[in-house]
Design a protein around this ligand. Structure first.
Ligand code: COA
Length: 246
C-alpha cells in the first residue's frame, strides 16, 4: 500500500479485519476493504472478489497467505487435523486463484503470489501436515504458471523462514529457538522481519519481476540449509502446548 496499491483483505473474523484495515489505512493513506471470507468456502471468496471488483474495478495482485499450522507428531494428528491444514493452505490457494482468474485475470493478466514454506525441503519434524500442504502450493505455482502464462498471469511462491512477530513464530516454538541460541545456526545469524518479506512480495508483484514466474523465492537468511531438525525441542513445545490447551 505504501507503493500505491489499494487493498482488499479477506479473513474469517470481521473485528480483526476491521482493526487491521484501520491500521493499514492510517499508515499508508490508501483504501483498504475488509471482507469476511473463508478460503475453504469458495462461495465466500466469489462474493469477496465481486465486492472487490465493484469497489475498485480491477484486481492486479492476489496474495494467497491463509495458512493453519501447529506442531504435532504425525501419529498424533487426527485425520481431520491433517485435512483441515490441507484445506486451508493448498485447497484455499487453489480456490482463491481459480476464482480471481475466472473473474478477472483471464482477461486482464495479473500476479499471484503464494506464501509457502521451506518445511518440506528437509522433511521438518512434527510438520507433515503443513509441509506437505506447502509443497502442494509450490507444485501449484508451477502448474498454474505454465497454464496461465499465455493469459499474462505470473504465479510465484514466496517461502519465508523464521520471521519475528508472527503467529507462525508463536505457534512453532520461536521463543524456544531464540532462548536456545538456535538463530546462530542461520547463515545470516538472525530471524527475519515482516518488512523484509513485504519487500520480497513487492519485488515479485512489481514490473521489476516481469519475467519471473513458476518459481519460489526463499527468504530465510539461508536457514533451511543449516538448521537441524530439532526433534526433542519440537516435541517439548508440542507437549507444553498440548498441556496448555487441555
Ligand atoms: N494439534 C493437533 N491437532 C490440532 C491442533 C493442534 N495444535 N489444533 C487443531 N487441531 C485439530 C483439531 O483437533 C481438529 O481435529 P479433530 O476434529 O479431529 O479434533 C482439526 O485440527 C481442526 O481444528 P478446528 O479447530 O476444528 O479447525 P479450525 O478451522 O477452527 O482451525 C487451525 C484451523 C487448526 C489451523 C487453527 O489452528 C487456526 O485456524 N489457526 C489460525 C491460523 C494459523 O494457524 N496461523 C499460523 C500459521 S503458521
Amino acid at each position: 500500500m505504501r507503493h500505491g496499491c489499494d487493498t482488499v483483505i479477506v479473513s474469517r473474523n470481521q473485528q480483526r479485519l476491521n482493526e487491521a484495515a484501520e491500521k493499514l489505512r492510517t499508515a499508508t493513506g490508501r483504501r483498504c476493504l475488509a471482507l469476511v471470507g473463508d478460503v475453504r468456502q469458495p462461495q465466500t471468496l466469489i462474493s469477496a472478489v465481486e465486492e472487490a471488483l465493484r469497489t475498485f474495478s480491477r484486481i492486479d495482485i492476489l496474495i494467497n497467505n491463509a495458512a493453519g499450522n501447529f506442531l504435532c507428531p504425525a501419529s498424533s494428528l487426527s485425520f481431520n487435523a491433517f485435512k483441515t491444514v490441507h484445506e486451508i493452505d493448498s485447497m484455499g490457494t487453489f480456490n482463491a486463484s481459480k476464482i480471481v482468474y475466472e473473474h478477472y485475470f483471464r482477461d486482464h493478466g495479473g500476479v499471484i503470489i503464494n506464501i509457502s514454506a521451506t518445511l518440506d525441503y528437509k522433511g521438518q519434524v512434527l510438520q507433515v501436515h503443513a509441509g506437505s500442504a506447502k509443497a502442494a502450493i509450490d507444485a501449484m505455482t508451477r502448474h498454474l504458471a505454465v497454464e496461465w502464462g499465455p493469459s499474462k498471469v505470473r504465479v510465484i511462491s514466496l517461502a519465508p523462514g523464521p520471521i519475528v512477530g508472527t503467529e507462525g513464530m508463536r505457534r512453532l516454538g520461536g521463543q524456544v529457538a531464540e532462548a536456545a541460541g538456535l538463530y546462530n545456526m542461520i547463515p545470516l545469524q538472525r530471524p527475519g522481519n515482516k518488512t523484509e518479506i513485504a519487500h520480497g512480495a513487492l519485488f515479485l508483484a512489481s514490473p521489476l519481476a516481469a519475467y519471473v514466474t513458476g518459481t519460489t523465492l526463499v527468504m530465510d537468511g539461508g536457514s533451511w540449509m543449516t538448521s537441524p531438525n530439532y526433534l526433542q525441542a519440537s516435541l517439548d513445545v508440542w507437549s507444553s502446548q498440548k498441556k496448555a490447551n487441555q
